[in-house]
Design a binder for this molecule. Structure first.
Ligand SMILES: Cc1cc2nc3c(=O)[nH]c(=O)nc-3n(C[C@H](O)[C@H](O)[C@H](O)COP(=O)(O)OP(=O)(O)OC[C@H]3O[C@@H](n4cnc5c(N)ncnc54)[C@H](O)[C@@H]3O)c2cc1C
Length: 432
């Protein structure tokens, strides 16, 4: 008999809670990854850099395990079909994995749980992706927080050194099954090599120590680039929180925002595609398709917005300050539904994370929990003066900026601002 450890969004061999527990379970462990066709079929590009990143990371894991004569089993298809096939052989006793809190992950795991249960196989899920799981940080009345500051205070109060202790499975590697599995080509997944690459994290003290001063300036390399690594679990959150505790409270707060939005999405799943506050439902979006196209292409005539949208197209990432400006511009200046922008970011961002993306888009649109008030409309020209005063970020991403070819704004700021305020006011006071 064997146990299975199923990798999902925890693509690493070090400090991996579920893997650690699997290797301590007493039976030999077969490591498994499934390229889930349900997820892959939703991707719009066949050279999606996120698939390439997963593939590269799995290849590294495969190479490491090979040194211990262990084969990483890679499957492609629907997880429920793959498990149904695997358990027919009759040798699987238990399945171990790390908990996934996103709506699709929950649904998938419930289906796997009932399949395994019907064959007498236990499915064990562990907390690995967060320090506190949804349900662990609650108000005194046992309801979830909907405001960040008290959530973060509670989070910090409940934190003990134990919670950031690593789960290091390396000394247990002799407990893997000794087998060989061939490693598939990327093409077997239906994808092709990507031109965009995920940048390495920058979590050295020189970056994190200066984070509070530098994080708002998109021309500086002032942030960690940890987002994609947290998304796919190529770094452990425990390691990052430990570092934040020693180096930067501001950076720690950002890591807590990530958990805050995960808890929000878990407790309020309607917010994945509905306004968190339903009172905004009557808002009349203009949803002008040509304006949306101009925004996606970085052709709005507002340099900071355009530079950000070009950065996204070129690298799959965008600086947080600029994400806020571009999202505010789409929802307020253009009065385009936040769900359109959310879907565009979901398609393009390397660090796309449903909870953070939806949470931040609703924050920008003013429809979310603890959101910026709807009457806060970023002035993209003022934001440029403040956060890119030397115009270095803009010049980097907008080569035509200094030429006569740079376009006029597609909408005038004061006009757009007044139009947005009126539309929001009308939505909230239907008698107007
Ligand atoms: C409209 C919009 C959409 C966004 N979509 C995403 C998304 O899909 N995925 C995503 O991870 N972040 C998203 N963010 C948040 C933020 O922009 C990115 O996390 C950050 O830019 C990533 O850069 P970094 O990895 O260098 O992070 P750092 O600035 O070094 O921060 C460290 C980590 O803290 C977390 N974090 C930082 N800021 C936030 C935040 N505002 N909300 C939640 N977590 C945060 C991330 O995990 C990040 O990697 C979005 C922000 C906006 C305004």
């Amino acid at each position: 008999m064997i146990n299975i450890f199923w990798f999902r969004r925890d693509l690493r061999l070090d400090d991996n809670h579920g893997l650690f527990k699997a290797l301590k379970s007493g039976l030999p462990v077969q490591p498994l990854f499934i390229f889930d066709s349900e997820i892959l079929n939703r991707l719009t590009s066949k050279n999606d850099p996120r698939v390439q990143f997963i593939y590269n990371q799995l290849f590294e894991i495969h190479q490491t395990l090979k040194k211990f004569n262990v084969g990483l089993q890679i499957e492609i298809g629907k997880p429920v079909d793959i498990f149904a096939r695997m358990i027919q052989k009759g040798s699987v006793k238990q399945v171990f994995a790390n908990q996934d809190y996103e709506p699709y992950g929950q649904q998938r795991d419930q289906a796997i749980q009932s399949l395994l249960k019907s064959h007498g196989i236990d499915f064990h899920l562990f907390k690995d992706h967060v320090i506190f799981a949804p349900g662990e940080i609650l108000k005194a009345d046992q309801l979830p927080y909907t405001v960040f500051t008290p959530f973060s205070k509670r989070w910090k109060l409940q934190l003990t050194p134990n919670q950031v202790e690593p789960f290091d499975p390396i000394s247990l590697f002799s407990n893997f099954v000794r087998t060989e599995f061939s490693f598939p080509d990327l093409e077997a997944t239906g994808f092709r090599p990507a031109s965009i690459q995920v940048p390495a994290m920058k979590i050295e003290a020189s970056i994190i120590g200066n984070y509070a001063n530098n994080r708002n300036f998109p021309s500086l390399a002032g942030t960690s680039l940890a987002g994609t690594h947290l998304r796919f679990g190529t770094v452990s959150i425990r390691r990052l929180v430990k570092m934040a505790l020693q180096t930067s409270e501001t950076w720690l707060n950002e890591l807590i925002w990530r958990e805050f939005f995960m808890h929000i999405l878990f407790h309020f799943p309607h917010s994945a595609n509905q306004n968190f506050y339903r009172k905004y439902d009557p808002l009349q979006w203009l949803n002008d398709e040509s304006a949306f196209e101009a925004w996606t292409a970085g052709k709005t005539g507002y340099p900071l917005v355009d530079a950000g949208m070009r950065e996204l197209l070129a690298t799959g990432l965008m600086h947080n300050r600029v994400r806020m400006v571009t999202a505010s511009f789409l929802t307020k200046h253009l009065l385009i539904d936040w769900r359109w922008g959310e879907a565009w970011f979901a398609d393009k961002l390397l660090d796309y994370e449903m909870a953070s993306n939806v949470g931040n888009w609703q924050w920008s649109a003013g429809t979310g929990c603890d959101a910026a008030p709807y009457f806060r409309v970023f002035n993209p020209t003022e934001q440029l003066k403040k956060f890119d005063p030397e115009l270095s970020y803009v010049r980097k991403w907008l080569p035509e900026f200094d030429s006569f070819g740079y376009i006029q704004p597609i909408v005038q700021h004061n006009f757009a601002r007044d139009r947005a305020l009126l539309a929001y006011k009308k939505a909230l006071t239907p008698q107007l």
